[in-house]
Design a protein around this ligand. Structure first.
Ligand SMILES: [Zn+2]
Ligand SMILES: [Zn+2]
Length: 407
């Protein structure tokens, strides 16, 4: 009963606002801003939220904002959108093409932002009508691509008091009207490492008097990934792949230092947590065998996004209710990274893929200058996010409503 009413209310809301939301997305698309420089974008969002009677709070760096809808002792559900663009040239020939050279919304974050804005406006109406049984925290996060935006939001209390968080990302391989979901990991971890080796150099005629550094570095390059593959569960797909090696300047001189850099990718959260210590100890043992000093610089990227089972059920039920039976399709874990994973290290939640391909249309890819979406996806996203927020608040609703329902 409540679900049918909600669908009707969303129909009425979108009949009035869908065109306006499409125009909002096109405005963002024409004025893309890179990570931690989203000042105009933040301003545009804040203006619209304020006009709807909400009180957005801009993050200290001046980009990104947080805004609560509703209040009271009920549960708090967070909805997150990322707002930054990519340092890429827009290669599309459309009226809403980027007006900024070398910047483009090629990852669809303009769409995520617009979906969350539409959802915010609808929830503001619900709150004004007294129909919001709890609080919804709207997180317009800066700098997903850098990354660093999720940690910035968390450093300023963005998810404190939040019970559950939901987010979505455009998927150009899924048709508009469909929604890709998966329990467990849906994206991967990706970190960077740099290994520096040093030791006494010398003439190649007398390697026994040196640490034969190039030989030792070559051993590290092959033995470290090999040892790693025997020390972690193969199902975690922890892989170390080198991309850069530098050592030496002359054929007959053993250098006294060298460096190797690479990436560590991983599908599994536990293996990701264990990776730095494990790699460090393996490196020490290989380097020690050849008498060189080795240091490890380990730079954390993002953890995998690991979807919580109950949150996936909630999101899935809401998507079916909002878009119809058959709207939810299974999706695979991607090797890409997404900083939504930082939130899910602290609180349960789920991340979904919003279909943006026109049926029988072109299949684009994200992070390409040609990327574009079927804008019908915006209304679909609003339907799903609004329904998810409301149904999850109803489900875990305030104590008195649960008591009433049981009475
Ligand atoms: Zn991206
Ligand atoms: Zn993205």
């Amino acid at each position: 009963m409540r679900g049918r009413e909600l669908r009707g209310e969303l129909d009425a809301f979108l009949a009035e606002t869908e065109q306006d939301l499409v125009a909002f997305r096109r405005d963002l698309h024409m004025h893309p801003e890179l990570a931690f420089a989203e000042y105009r974008t933040t301003q545009r969002i804040a203006e619209r939220l304020t006009a709807a009677g909400l009180s957005p709070s801009v993050l200290p760096k001046g980009t990104g904002l947080i805004c609560d809808v509703g209040s009271g002792d009920g549960p708090t559900i967070a909805l997150r959108a990322d707002i930054d663009a990519l340092p890429l040239q827009d290669e599309k020939d459309v009226p809403y093409r980027s007006t900024v050279a070398g910047a483009c919304h090629a990852c669809g974050h303009d769409v995520h932002t617009t979906v969350l804005l539409g959802t915010s406006l609808f929830l503001a109406q619900q709150a004004a009508a007294g129909s919001l049984p709890g609080r919804v925290r709207l997180i317009f996060q800066p700098a997903e691509e850098l990354p660093g935006g999720a940690l910035e939001v968390m450093a300023h209390g963005g998810i404190s008091g939040v019970d559950r968080i939901f987010g979505l990302h455009c998927d150009p391989r899924v048709d508009v009207g469909q929604f890709g979901l998966r329990t467990g990991p849906i994206t991967s971890a990706c970190d960077k490492i740099a290994v520096r080796v040093s030791g006494p150099g010398g003439h190649t005629a007398r390697p026994h008097l040196t640490a034969d550094l190039v030989f030792a570095l070559a051993k590290i390059l092959t033995e470290l990934p090999a040892a790693l593959s025997r020390r972690v569960d193969p199902r975690s797909s922890l892989s170390l792949v080198w991309g850069k090696v530098v050592a030496g300047t002359a054929a007959n001189a053993i250098p006294d230092d060298g460096v190797a850099e690479g990436t560590v990718r991983c599908l599994d959260e536990d293996a990701w947590h264990a990776a730095p210590d494990l790699i460090k100890s393996l490196l020490e043992s290989v380097a020690g065998a050849y008498g060189v000093e080795a240091t490890l610089d380990y730079t954390r990227g993002v953890p995998p996004v690991v979807n919580d089972e109950l949150s996936v059920e909630m999101l899935s039920a809401a998507a079916e209710q909002a878009l119809g039976a058959g709207a939810v399709v299974p999706t695979q874990q991607s090797l890409g990274g997404e900083d939504f994973g930082w939130y899910l290290e602290s609180i349960p939640g789920a991340f979904a893929r919003l279909g943006t391909r026109s049926p029988d249309g072109v299949t684009y890819d994200i992070h390409q200058g040609t990327f574009d979406v079927d804008e019908k996806a915006i209304a679909m996203g609003v339907r799903v996010m609004a329904t998810t927020a409301l149904t999850s608040l109803w489900e875990v609703g305030p104590l008195d409503s649960i008591t009433n329902a049981m009475a």
